[in-house]
Design a protein around this ligand. Structure first.
Ligand SMILES: [Zn+2]
Ligand SMILES: [Zn+2]
Length: 445
């Protein structure tokens, strides 16, 4: 390219790049060293769902320091206990109300990444065994990204107008935190947003990149408990009882036909039995076996097919075993561990994607397929997707490590594993750049 044409190209580029996009890299760069330290601090002090006391206080403190009006301890769980929800408001003239959400909680996993800032925090599971606590879903990346975004949006306050509602949501992993905040009148007290945005990190993309799905993005989850009841007795005299272990085994096998035979093959769905417990000793037929199921689907109709199928399979197995009617299986939906699909509003997705491309370049923004994993983020959009929402993905794996894994036909260790290890510097830089760009472009003057 000749010098004068290079200059023309540069001028053309500058004239089409919004002024915030030119200023943003320097603003983000200045924040990164502090944000990396903040991230490491949060990473080494993870807290489980419903226990995010220090984490929420840290987020609240940082957002207050950044100039936001912060309210803590928002959220009521169905048992009446208080949730550690945070909301930070920044009013900046007339304009849309934009809600940006981060989650706060960690998982009961013993960290095995070997990083110097690895979690040493311990916890006990329901069986009393020692388990760790680890930010194995990267919510520490989300929190730190929010802190960085909050600061950047203050620094670039002249570039946007409207109201920011930054939400720190507890207990995403149990999918009851968003519901708890809404039940505590989040919108009645702080205003209903016009738009809702969130991000989630991922091991399926390299740090430095993002991806987004238009339309249904993540499945809805319905958690179901089943108690197969029988008649207990001596293990050597099965003819006198009704064995719930055999019934449970048949039930689990029958469940496999719901997705394969009852659902339309074009509607993705999952039925998984993750927990099955019954009995105390090898020669005793127990009275009951308890099963915990998770089910996933993208539509209400598809979810209903699953629930009906579970009910029929349970009742059918009991009937065929000759269980008396008063000991019929008990099938219960667990509402606090269920949430609707994450639906990315297509029009808003187009706007978000265009902001991401402006900030990160076309080569770093990918289209993503829908996932069967679930989130409670969609609840912030209210019933029937009344408020447009978009959740996008933030690549988190160091590019060289990502490429090496890919060359070996694998992925780096994923979310919810003891080896999940984001690249803090590049992931945070990309996350703050991406989220700030999206916010400014949605609130642009
Ligand atoms: Zn998770
Ligand atoms: Zn997560």
């Amino acid at each position: 390219m000749k010098p004068h044409s290079a200059l023309t190209a540069l001028l053309l580029c500058l004239s089409t790049t919004p002024s915030w996009a030119q200023t943003l890299p320097a603003v983000v760069k200045g924040e990164i060293p502090d944000l990396v330290e903040t991230y490491k601090g949060i990473h080494s002090h993870p807290e489980l769902s419903h226990h995010e006391e220090q984490t929420s206080a840290l987020l609240a403190g940082e957002l207050r320091k950044a100039g936001y009006t912060v309210t803590e301890h928002i959220g009521k769980y169905p048992d009446g206990s208080q949730a550690y929800g945070v909301i930070a408001i920044l009013e900046n003239g007339p304009g849309p109300r934009l809600l940006i959400r981060t989650d706060l909680d960690a998982l009961p996993i013993i960290e095995e990444t070997g990083v110097p800032y690895a979690s040493q925090v311990k916890s006990k599971n329901a069986a009393g065994q020692d388990v760790g606590v680890m930010h194995a879903c990267g919510h520490d990346i989300h929190i730190t990204t929010m802190i960085g975004t909050a600061r950047a949006l203050v620094a670039l306050k002249k570039q946007w107008h409207g109201t920011l509602m930054l939400v720190g949501q507890p207990s995403e992993e149990l999918v009851d935190g968003a519901r708890a905040m809404l039940a505590d009148h989040l919108y009645e007290r702080f205003g209903t947003p016009d738009l809702v945005i969130g991000l989630h990190d991922t091991n399926t993309r390299a740090a430095g990149t993002v991806s987004v799905t238009s339309g249904p993005a993540m499945a809805g989850v319905t958690s179901v408990d089943v108690v197969m009841r029988g008649v207990g007795g001596h293990g050597a005299r099965p003819q006198e009882g009704k064995d719930p272990v055999v019934m449970a085994a048949e039930f689990v096998v029958q469940l496999q036909t719901i997705v394969s035979r009852q659902e339309n093959p074009r509607d993705p769905a999952v039925v998984t039995v993750g927990d099955i417990h019954g009995g105390t000793k090898r020669n005793i037929i127990p009275n009951e076996v308890k099963l915990e199921l998770t089910t996933r689907a993208f539509t209400d109709a598809s979810q209903q097919i699953i629930l009906d199928g579970i009910q029929r399979a349970a009742q059918g197995v009991a009937l065929s075993a000759g269980v008396p009617a008063d000991l019929a299986p008990i099938v219960t939906i667990v509402p606090n561990e269920s949430s609707p699909p994450t639906y990315n509003d297509p029009a808003l997705t187009t706007r978000v994607k265009s902001a991401l491309v402006t900030a990160l370049g076309t080569a770093n923004v990918f289209d993503e397929d829908p996932l069967m994993a679930s989130e409670d983020f969609g609840l912030f959009g209210l019933e029937g997707h009344r408020i447009p929402t978009v959740l996008f993905w933030l690549g988190a794996i160091e590019p060289a490590k990502f490429a090496a894994a890919q060359a070996a036909g694998k992925l780096a260790p994923g979310l919810h594993t003891s080896h999940f290890q984001p690249d803090p510097e590049l992931t945070l830089r990309t996350g703050v750049t991406a989220m700030t760009s999206v916010a400014i472009s949605l609130l642009h003057k």
